[in-house]
Design a protein around this ligand. Structure first.
Ligand SMILES: [Zn+2]
Length: 732
């Protein structure tokens, strides 16, 4: 089941589009040599990280008041570092320019990394105000680098002479990517155009902060329900809702359903009270769209317009064309081709699913399925067709057991050994657990892994992975600091954490990102970041191990009896593998298609609600369901440039995932070590040091075949059209 590709993620949330490749996430170590010019103020955010693991973030000492001074000093220091490179009287060399660039901004990277965690996981009005103030300033600071004419001249000189510099393949790749980055982001514009570009970038940053604050506010709301209204909802979900109600000071016997996906979906799936389902559904799909102070429509219009104008200024037909330069797909057309290839069979499948559901809905006196009915009747169909209920699986999906299974898999596949050491290093919230990661064979320390499991106020919705420090040998950064962030509902003290299949897949998904970053072993920090439509590939592959027999049989144990999941239930889960894939696919693809079409508009003049409605009508969106992320709440698109014109990348990555997983299946052993070794060596540990399409061919012996994806989702495969492939183009 691949529904988890849909889980929101921000593995690279800190890799802002405003940063040069050299500033990309993870460039976090002690400051470069040029920094000696100023005395570092006594501010813990500016100090080198201390303690074990080559230093860890001082979460226990972070306060909002420390940030303004830290940001200002670190920005100024980075400026001095850049000036030293740009004004170097010596002729440009790879070392004094490109490698030197790789070393800049390390202190700023640390400050940003800590700040990003506070705004994503621990947001308060103070942090929101800081974000609003400093996002545009940071954008301006990075623009200053990209648009520095003397610096670019050095990069360009090197690029033009790259064949005669005696560089190896990785250095050539780094130089080329640097040059292309500068050009793509305005280095060749005249000074007036540059000023305008920087202004637009700052306005965008500020709009992203506004969007985030509004969405977070709407997700902090909840729907009240009585015991009678909660009929059918599983006990653990009710317990959690009761705990929230208690927290909110509501009278005993009332329930509070948070306006986040993990809280809403179980009610939509099991709640027999249709009016409650509708109320909860409406609140959820209306996030950001209520015409009140949290409404995001005006912000979105502004963002889309600014993006279109910026693309025009930079010489691209649209924001989508601009954003897709550094991707595997390369053009919006190729991404659209893949999406439309899957869209048609997915819609056909939804129609079949609805027909199945109507049999049950009619018994309840309903003439048709409304969007708040879909999950409820889908559950009835699942029960009837496969004698399988989500509720039957849950008692076996106790979070700490599955966590053990997940860690066990990583050790078996990649020799990554996880040993819990919670309490030994500072964390940003008492719920966060930590694990030392070592190589099981050599005992060498690989990294430290932070796990932040539960939803809370001030934490944004979805699930994501972050690195506080990535491996980059040039900087002496050997030990990776990685964090997984989920939003599971926290039960009352002493109650077990029972995960739905969806949540369990999300946990494995985010862990796949962490595995990837723990294994990346590159010299240059900039080559440690991943392309948007590759980054979801390793994480999606990792979801597959959840439903393998060794994991289910050993770790899916009943939370009360400790009994392993019965073989008959495992069989039923396997059999129901392609169940509901129409819904999952259309829910995702409608969002991805609306994203791409929105950002293909060269003028960017948009009324989000009207655009969404018209585009869905044109696509033939089934009326029984809605997009997974409607525009007013589509954080992937509007909380940064990150996934804008990029939500397709989950499908692109999944095409590789399905085909890669087939390689494991072909061996007859999901833990086949030779296949895992190839996967690690060619695809995981190389980061972006090699061409990703070429790396895939090294792993598989050929390009990925989209038929593996269609087959996995239970859709008809390749007879109609020639199979589309991803990654078929060589080079970047
Ligand atoms: Zn992901």
């Amino acid at each position: 089941m691949k529904r988890m590709m849909l889980a929101g993620t921000a593995v690279a949330a800190l890799v802002g589009a405003g940063a040069t490749p050299a500033m990309a996430a993870g460039q976090i170590a002690s400051a470069g040599p040029q920094a000696a010019a100023a005395v570092v103020p006594n501010n813990v955010l500016l100090a080198d990280w201390t303690g074990p693991y080559e230093g860890v973030p001082p979460w226990d000492k972070v306060t909002p008041a420390l940030f303004p001074q830290a940001f200002q000093f670190a920005i100024d220091e980075q400026r001095r570092e850049i000036e030293a490179i740009a004004n170097n009287p010596q002729a440009p060399t790879f070392v004094n320019t490109i490698e030197a660039l790789e070393r800049t901004g390390q202190r700023l990277g640390r400050v940003q990394s800590v700040f990003g965690v506070m705004t994503d996981n621990m947001s308060t009005p103070e942090y929101q105000a800081l974000d609003k103030e400093w996002s545009p300033k940071l954008t301006a600071a990075f623009d200053e680098i990209t648009l520095n004419p003397k610096l670019f001249q050095r990069v360009e000189t090197l690029y033009n002479n790259r064949a005669s510099l005696g560089l190896d393949a990785k250095q050539t790749r780094l130089l080329t990517r640097n040059y292309e980055y500068f050009v793509r982001n305005g280095a060749k514009l005249d000074s007036q155009q540059k000023a305008r570009l920087s202004q637009m970038n700052q306005q965008l940053s500020s709009a992203f902060s506004d969007f985030n604050a509004n969405l977070l506010a709407d997700e902090g709301t909840f729907t009240r329900a009585s015991a009678a209204e909660m009929a059918g909802v599983p006990q653990d979900v009710k317990d959690a809702a009761a705990a929230v109600a208690k927290d909110k000071g509501l009278p005993a016997g009332t329930y509070a359903i948070r306006n986040t996906r993990s809280a809403v979906e179980p009610v939509l799936t099991f709640g027999s009270n249709r009016a409650l389902r509708q109320k909860v559904w409406q609140a959820f799909v209306d996030r950001g769209d209520n015409g009140d102070k949290n409404d995001t429509n005006a912000i979105i219009s502004k963002i889309v317009k600014l993006r279109a104008d910026r693309a025009k200024l930079l010489g691209y037909p649209s924001h989508a064309h601009w954003r897709m330069q550094d991707t595997m797909a390369k053009t919006p057309e190729r991404a659209m081709d893949l999406m439309m290839r899957v869209w048609t069979p997915a819609v056909a499948r939804v129609n079949e699913e609805v027909a199945d559901q109507l049999v049950f809905a009619k018994k309840d006196g309903l003439g048709r399925i409304e969007p708040w009915d879909y999950r409820y009747y889908q559950e009835k169909v699942r029960k009837a067709k496969y004698d399988l209920s989500e509720d039957e699986i849950k008692p076996y999906f106790e979070q700490s057991n599955l966590l053990k299974g997940m860690l066990w898999s990583a050790e078996r596949l990649y020799d990554l050994k996880f040993t819990e050491n919670t309490g030994k290093v500072p964390v940003f919230h008492p719920d966060v657990r930590t694990f030392e990661v070592t190589n099981a064979k050599t005992g060498e320390i690989v990294g430290l892994w932070y796990l932040d499991t539960f939803a809370r106020e001030g934490k944004r919705s979805g699930a994501w992975m972050t690195t506080y420090r990535s491996r980059a040998r040039l900087l002496g950064d050997d030990i990776v600091l990685a964090s997984n962030n989920n939003n599971f509902t926290k039960p009352e003290a002493g109650k077990p954490v029972l995960l739905s299949l969806d949540d369990a897949s999300t946990m494995f998904h985010e862990f796949g990102h962490a595995i990837n970053y723990l294994l990346i072993d590159v010299k240059y920090p900039s080559l440690g970041g991943l392309q948007r439509d590759f980054v979801e590939f390793p994480s999606q592959v990792n979801e597959n191990w959840l439903l393998t027999r060794p994991v289910l049989e050993q770790f899916a144990r009943h939370y009360q009896t400790g009994e392993p999941m019965p073989a008959a239930l495992v069989d039923k889960i396997k059999k129901a593998d392609t169940f509901n894939q129409g819904f999952a696919t259309v829910e995702y693809l409608s969002s991805a298609l609306v994203d791409m079409k929105l950002h293909l508009d060269p003028n960017g003049v948009v009324n989000p609600d009207a655009f969404e409605k018209a585009t869905l009508a044109e696509l033939g969106m089934p009326r029984e369901m809605v997009m997974r992320h409607r525009l007013p709440q589509f954080g992937h698109l509007f909380s940064s440039d990150g996934y804008s014109a990029g939500y397709y990348s989950y499908l692109w990555s999944e095409t590789m995932d399905a085909d890669a997983w087939a390689a494991f299946e072909e061996t007859g052993n999901p833990f086949d070590r030779a296949t895992a070794d190839r996967f690690r060596i060619y695809l995981l540990s190389t980061g972006n040091e090699t061409d990703r399409a070429e790396a895939y061919r090294q792993f598989r012996g050929r390009d990925p075949d989209v038929n593996a994806l269609l087959k996995r989702r239970g859709f008809p495969t390749g007879e109609v059209a020639p199979p589309a492939t991803v990654g078929a183009e060589r080079g970047e």
